[in-house]
Design a protein. Structure first.
Length: 519
């Protein structure tokens, strides 16, 4: 079928399946000025098939083609290939019901023995969808590789029972670049919660852009699911900005808002941090059970909110040749600022999976000795940030207030003077902090140092159950660095817990300094 001009194909139940069959590896085929009636159950108007080795067709144009569909009909089914253009065309499935197949389907469902990619570079320009829209899927078994680059421009969906675009790509198959501009949805016949775009059953969708997209009413969400890198530009006249755990990426250099109330439900405003910069060193050793094969290792950063960067540069490949080997991984990246942990992942090709010994590290070192993994998969979008603002507060390594730079929780010191010789047990001060604090160090300086004591005096800070002790064995004495939390409203005492005894010179006139910070 090269060019079909002025044709009209009629059919009902029992008509050919498909009407038009595009054999694998065909290219430069044009359908023009054509009416197709695929009104029978499970009839396909145009089937673009794949060869047993996974090869398909390229460069098909549909110009001024109109498909009339039954409730269970499909206009076009694409099995792989690229370069499909639909201009001034329509897809009418006004008898569709909830669950009817989408009008256009890109799928990996095929009988090929070779690997098949989803269709790519698919354009819809000045098109009309009545009832059903477009679906991209990896059914029935998620496998193969992802396509992408679907473009919708100046397109209307009317009387819909489904989505304009449904991306059902499981198994962490990567697919990307979906662009909708001047796309309108009107007069829905399905539920009000039917989103214009549904990616809820997909795990690795990257890059969805909505530009001047209009849902049917204020109740209809634009997106449901979790696409990485969702960009929404101006012109969204109604509707919510999404349902689910969608990650939004704004790229405009300036956003000027007036009288705008911004609600972030379970969301966050993040300035992303850079992923690790060093290349890990990976060395094979003995004594473990890392699976056979060639492996690379990479590192991510994790902030105090638990969000993570994409992996940094991978290590050189290492070859595990037996079932009783380990791989030792080291890098020079460190924690600090708003970065709390590092995580180490391994890959034998494709995505990265976290190793069991590489979870939430404070130094970049781990010995991979296990045949199993934690189950976590490295993401393809950095969400770790500095700063981060979400429902738990603001997390940042630096905060400037009135020109002053604050880089840690505010610190303070409590001073208690214990006069006289410390030869009896007594309380020098009782202090009740109004807010929860963390004591970081206690120091005691004696005017008269102890000498020849059989029992050294002990100065104690305590709430009655959690003491911080300082033993006086010299003029200057310290607890060292500690991290002891005390609740707000808990009375704290500072005093002599153990008196000095058997001394030739007893410690006397001791100044006690308690360093603490806010919790």
């Amino acid at each position: 079928c090269g060019t079909s001009d002025g044709g009209s194909i009629g059919g009902g139940i029992g008509c050919p399946y498909p009407f038009f069959y595009v054999q694998p590896t065909r290219s430069n085929v044009t359908f023009r000025n054509l009416d197709t009636y695929a009104i029978g159950n499970q009839i396909v108007g145009v089937l673009v098939d794949a060869a047993p080795d996974g090869s398909s067709s390229t460069d098909l144009t549909f110009d001024n083609v109109y498909f009339n569909l039954g409730a269970q009909g499909t206009a076009v089914e694409l099995k792989g290939g690229f370069g499909f253009r639909f201009t001034n065309s329509g897809f009418n499935a006004q008898n569709s019901v909830f669950g009817s197949p989408q009008a256009v389907r890109s799928t990996l469902m095929h009988s090929a023995s070779g690997s098949l990619s989803l269709a790519g570079i698919v354009h819809f320009d000045e098109c009309y969808f009545g009832g059903t829209g477009v679906q991209v899927d990896t059914l029935p078994n998620p496998a193969g590789t992802g396509g992408g680059q679907f473009y919708f421009r100046n397109t209307l969906m009317e009387g819909g029972t489904g989505n304009v675009l449904r991306i059902n790509v499981g198994g962490n198959v990567f697919t990307s670049n979906y662009f909708l501009q001047n796309v309108d949805y009107s007069d829905p016949r399905g539920g009000l919660a039917t989103a214009m775009i549904d990616v809820s059953n997909s795990t690795n969708v990257n890059g969805v852009t909505l530009d001047s997209v209009t849902p049917s009413n204020v109740a209809q969400p634009l997106v449901v699911g979790n696409p990485a890198g969702l960009i929404i530009n101006g012109g969204v006249n109604q509707g919510g900005v999404g349902v689910g755990s969608a990650t939004y990426l704004g790229v405009n250099s300036l956003i000027d808002s007036h009288g705008l109330l911004t609600l972030m439900t379970n969301g966050a405003a993040i300035v992303p941090v850079s992923p690790p910069s060093s290349t890990p060193a990976a060395v094979v050793g003995s004594g473990g059970s890392v699976p056979l094969g060639t492996w690379t290792y990479a590192v991510t950063k994790v902030d105090y909110n638990g969000r993570e960067t994409v992996p940094g540069p991978p290590s050189a490949s290492v070859l595990v040749t037996s079932g009783n080997q380990t791989v030792t991984v080291d890098c020079s990246d460190t924690v600090g600022g708003n970065i709390q942990f590092l995580r180490i992942y391994r890959s034998s090709g494709g995505g990265y999976a976290e190793i069991t010994s590489g979870h939430n590290l404070t130094t970049c070192h781990a010995v991979d000795a296990s045949s199993t993994i934690t189950g976590a998969v490295a993401g393809n979008l950095t969400t770790a940030g500095d700063p981060v603002m979400d429902a738990s507060g603001v997390a940042t390594s630096k905060l400037r207030l009135g020109g002053e730079l604050l880089q840690a929780a505010p610190r303070a010191a409590l001073n208690v003077f214990l006069s006289g010789a410390l030869t009896t047990t007594w309380t020098g001060a009782t202090w009740t902090p109004d807010k929860a604090i963390t004591v970081t160090r206690v120091e005691a300086q004696a005017k008269s140092a102890p000498a020849g004591c059989t029992t050294n005096a002990v100065v104690r800070l305590t709430d009655g159950s959690s003491p911080v002790n300082v033993t006086l064995s010299a003029a200057a004495n310290s607890s060292g660095a500690v991290s002891q939390n005390y609740a707000a409203g808990a009375p704290l005492t500072v005093g002599v817990a153990t008196p000095a005894a058997g001394c030739s010179a007893s410690p006397a006139d001791v100044n006690v300094i308690v360093q603490y910070r806010m919790q």
